[in-house]
Design a protein around this ligand. Structure first.
Ligand code: SF4
Length: 432
């Protein structure tokens, strides 16, 4: 499989106008930032994808739906190339990493399939930031060594690798110096950070180093934690350090011992309950974003009813639910007792309905409370309303806060907002 460097040397004549279409998750976005940073360094002009001569589609291959979106985008670009509107099509990212050879036979019009870039332990390449200037994603590790039975990511991403603390501190200091106000710490499993390079879970240690060096950054957000790798030390530093958001994205995936075992999640019902109770005690105002899978092979009605009971009892602030997707090459794909699609979907709908009632009650509880909000943009030129996020809203996946302000505000400003209205996922209020 070609790397982006090979492709550049071979196929991209200097000064090409290159654009990227990034699909999938924030981790893929950092890969796109690395690719564009390298292309810019090599003299190429980075433009919006609809202005480009060469378009890179950075694909996702997580589940069937994501693969279909990637394929559709490739087909659209091939059509543009046939019409002479673009000169070259490059397919990068997880789909290319996983199926590059087969896709190359199917899509002869594609100029190159390049695999996912390897994360450097020490020298993070210059990135071209694709997020708005006031927030950034910081990828601290790549891949993971948990072997969840339903997941193909470790097969796509390869060996688990953590960057050194020095390399991450250097990147964060640069972001801080460039006026970034919020950093989102990402990886496949950020709570395994350091288990390779430092032989122990080192996320808490990393966070302590980061808070020592930041001046402008006021929010550090943790995304993609693995429950059985969350340590007491991590909960403590989250609870005590005001600049670490009282928010964690931690997929639990299920709660019954039977299914947690089948998922190979390396945690039990009791341990999960104790972990959530510990977090709630340390951060009573804290938010947990989590996801669950319905319909893993062998899931019984009892397993599912146990999950419903758990979700109702622990009232998570942010919940996503996915139906089990059979992934080639995973353990679960060969499991007996595959659950019918109709049943999977019915269980997803039931869980989302339960959660809707919980979410709107939690939203309502913010009316009359004061919240710190990071302004992202003005709703539109004429209005006095701005769109922002609280520490409980991760970029792109959670809700927003609509902020009415007589005073002119700009992206990156922090304001205190009195919440006056609550909607299903969003809040609204007025600057204090
Ligand atoms: S933690 Fe599990 S679900 Fe997440 S990337 Fe690793 S193997 Fe996949």
């Amino acid at each position: 499989m070609k790397t982006t460097q090979d492709f550049q040397k071979e196929r991209l004549s200097a000064g090409q106008k290159v654009g990227v279409i990034n699909l999938g998750c924030a981790r893929n976005l950092v890969d796109a930032q690395m690719m564009l940073g390298r292309l810019k360094k090599n003299g190429h002009r980075i433009v919006a994808s609809d202005q480009a001569e060469t378009v890179i589609v950075n694909t996702c291959s997580f589940i069937e739906e994501a693969r279909q979106e990637s394929i559709d985008t490739i087909l659209d670009l091939i059509e543009l190339k046939k019409q002479g509107k673009i000169k070259k099509v490059i397919v990068a990212g997880c789909l290319a990493q996983r199926y590059g050879k087969d896709l190359a036979k199917e899509f002869a019009e594609v100029d190159a399939f390049v695999g996912t870039p390897t994360l450097s332990r020490d020298n993070m390449p210059q990135q071209l930031q694709l997020t708005p200037k006031h927030f950034a994603y910081v990828k601290i590790c790549e891949s993971c060594f948990n072997a969840c039975s339903f997941c193909a990511i470790p097969k796509i991403k390869g060996k688990f690798i953590s960057r050194t603390i020095e390399s991450i501190v250097k990147e964060v200091k640069e972001l801080d110096a460039h006026g970034v106000k919020e950093i989102n710490i990402i990886g496949q499993d950020i709570t395994a950070y350091g288990m390779d390079v430092y032989r122990q879970k080192s996320l808490a240690r990393l966070l302590k180093e980061l808070v020592k060096v930041i001046k402008n950054i006021e929010w550090i957000r943790l995304l993609y934690a693995f429950p059985s790798h969350v340590t007491d030390e991590l909960i403590e530093v989250m609870a005590q350090e005001p600049r670490i958001c009282k928010y964690i994205d931690m997929p639990l995936q299920h709660i019954s011992d039977h299914i947690l075992l089948e998922q190979n999640r390396n945690i039990t019902t009791q341990q999960t309950v104790e972990l959530i109770q510990k977090m709630r005690k340390a951060m009573p105002q804290g938010f947990v974003r989590t996801t669950f899978i319905t319909g893993l092979p062998g899931e019984t009605n009892e397993d599912f009813e146990q999950l419903r009971g758990f979700v109702k009892e622990f009232r998570f602030e942010r919940v996503g639910v996915f139906v089990y997707s059979k992934e080639e090459g995973t353990l679960a794909a060969d499991m007996k007792a595959q659950v019918p699609e109709k049943t999977k979907k019915a269980r997803l709908d039931a869980l989302m309905q339960d959660q809707q009632a919980i979410s709107s009650a939690i939203q309502q509880s913010f009316v009359g409370r004061s919240l710190k909000v990071l302004i992202e943009e003005k709703e539109d030129k004429s209005s006095d309303t701005y769109i922002g996020r609280s520490e409980y809203d991760a970029p792109d996946v959670d809700g927003v806060v609509y902020v009415r302000s007589q005073k002119a505000l700009k992206a990156g400003d922090f304001v205190q907002v009195m919440i006056t209205d609550a909607y299903e996922y969003d809040l609204a209020g007025v600057v204090e």
